[in-house]
Design a protein around this ligand. Structure first.
Ligand SMILES: [Fe+2]
Length: 101
């Protein structure tokens, strides 16, 4: 298995850590694709092509979100933070302040 992006010897890592790494790397790549498609669409003057680029961007948002949901289901730490911050209202920075009071 590729050691790309691993910051410790693979043989010292738990299987769940490798799986989390694969999920996190995949989410990073999906989000990069979202960014690239959005920029390319903004830079595109052909309406038909712009529509395709935006369609592809939305597909990548779906892929990134699927990866994030997998991380939530397999990590109580991600689950705790996603529940605290996602779909919340009000000042995001204040959520932590309120949670630690
Ligand atoms: Fe994708």
């Amino acid at each position: 298995m590729s050691s790309e992006g691993l910051h410790a010897p693979r043989e010292r890592l738990r299987d769940e850590t490798i799986a989390q790494h694969q999920a996190i790397q995949s989410v990073i790549e999906e989000l990069e694709a979202v960014d690239w498609y959005r920029q390319r669409a903004d830079d595109c003057d052909d309406p038909a092509l712009k529509a395709i680029l935006l369609h592809n961007m939305r597909e990548e948002i779906e892929h990134a979100t699927m990866g994030l949901e997998w991380l939530r289901r397999t990590s109580s730490d991600f689950d705790k933070e996603f529940k605290a911050y996602l779909f919340s209202d009000g000042d995001i920075a204040k959520i932590e302040e309120d949670a630690t009071r």
